[in-house]
Design a protein around this ligand. Structure first.
Ligand SMILES: N=c1c2ncn([C@@H]3O[C@H](COP(=O)(O)OP(=O)(O)OP(=O)(O)O)[C@@H](O)[C@H]3O)c2ncn1[C@@H]1O[C@H](COP(=O)(O)O)[C@@H](O)[C@H]1O
Length: 229
C-alpha cells in the first residue's frame, strides 16, 4: 500500500512543523511539531497528535485545555516541509483559544484595518481582549459580567439606533449603529461565531426574493388562500 505521508519531508531531527488552525474562522491556534508517528496517529484517529521535545513523547495538542482537536483537513506546503492542520475547535472552559494572543511591543499595526477587513479584525481584537485584556479593557469586563449583560447592551444599543432614526439624524444613526455592531460582534465572540458566518448567511440569501424565505406580507397569504379555494 502507498505510504500516506510519502510527500512529507521530516527534518534531520525527524520532525516537521505544523500550524494548527481553526477550520471554521481560520484562527491560528498554535504551532506544534510532528514526527512520523504523530502524523500517522493523527491520520488513524482523526485527533491531532504532536511530538513534545520536552517530554520526548506524543501528546494531543489542546487536551491540556480540555479538548483534543478533531482534524478536518491536513494540508502540506509544496516542499512538504510544513503542515497545516485544520481542526474543529469548540470554545473551552477557560475561554483561551489561540496561543497567539499577544502582540510583540512595537509590532502593533501602524495603520488600522481597511473597512473590508474590519469585521474580522474587530472580532479578533475582541477575542484577544477576552483572553488577554487588562483590567482597563471594556471587552474583558463585558465577558466577565457574562451573557446577560452582553445581551442587554445589544438591546440597549438597538433602541438607541431606533431613537437616532426617529430623530432623522444620519450622523447619530452611524454612531449608534457602530455601537450596536460592536456589541453584536461581542455577542458573536461570546458564542465563538465568526462574523463571516453571518455574511455567509446573507450571501446565501443574496438576490433571492425575501432572501429565499417565505414572505408573509399582508395580502399574499390572503391571495394564496383565495387561490387554494
Ligand atoms: N469599538 C469599540 C467600542 N464601541 C463602543 N465601545 C464602548 O461601549 C460602551 C458603549 O456604551 P454606552 O454607549 O451605553 O455608554 P456608557 O453609558 O458609557 O455604557 P456603559 O459603559 O455604562 O456600559 C462604551 O463604554 C464604549 O467605550 C467600545 N469599546 C471598544 N471598542 C473596540 O474594542 C477594542 C477593545 O476595547 P477594550 O476592551 O476597551 O480595550 C477597542 O480598541 C475598539 O476597537
Amino acid at each position: 500500500m502507498d505510504d500516506p505521508i510519502a510527500d512529507i519531508r521530516f527534518g534531520p531531527d525527524g520532525l516537521v512543523p505544523a500550524v494548527v488552525q481553526d477550520a471554521g474562522d481560520r484562527t491560528v491556534l498554535m504551532l506544534v511539531e510532528m514526527n512520523r508517528n504523530a502524523l500517522l496517529r493523527t491520520l488513524q484517529t482523526g485527533l491531532a497528535h504532536a511530538w513534545s521535545r520536552a517530554q520526548q513523547d506524543l501528546y494531543k495538542p489542546g487536551e491540556a485545555l480540555g479538548q483534543a482537536y478533531r482534524v478536518v483537513d491536513i494540508k502540506h506546503s509544496d516542499g512538504g516541509d510544513t503542515l497545516l492542520i485544520q481542526v474543529r475547535h469548540a470554545p473551552d472552559s477557560t475561554g483561551q483559544r489561540s496561543h497567539f494572543s499577544r502582540s510583540l511591543a512595537g509590532a502593533a499595526q501602524a495603520e488600522p484595518p481597511t473597512v473590508t477587513e474590519m469585521p474580522a479584525a474587530l472580532y479578533d481584537l475582541i477575542l484577544s481582549r477576552h483572553e488577554a485584556g487588562d483590567e482597563k479593557s471594556y471587552v474583558r469586563g463585558l465577558f466577565r459580567r457574562g451573557q446577560d449583560v452582553i445581551c442587554k447592551k445589544v438591546a440597549e444599543e438597538a433602541a438607541e439606533v431606533v431613537l437616532a432614526s426617529k430623530n432623522q439624524a444620519p450622523s447619530e444613526i452611524v454612531y449608534e449603529m457602530a455601537d450596536l455592531w460592536f456589541h453584536a460582534t461581542v455577542l458573536l465572540g461570546y458564542h465563538r461565531i465568526h462574523p463571516h458566518e453571518v455574511w455567509r448567511e446573507l450571501q446565501r440569501r443574496f438576490g433571492q426574493p425575501g432572501g429565499g424565505k417565505t414572505l408573509s406580507v399582508e395580502g399574499s397569504s390572503a391571495a394564496s388562500e383565495t387561490a387554494s379555494g
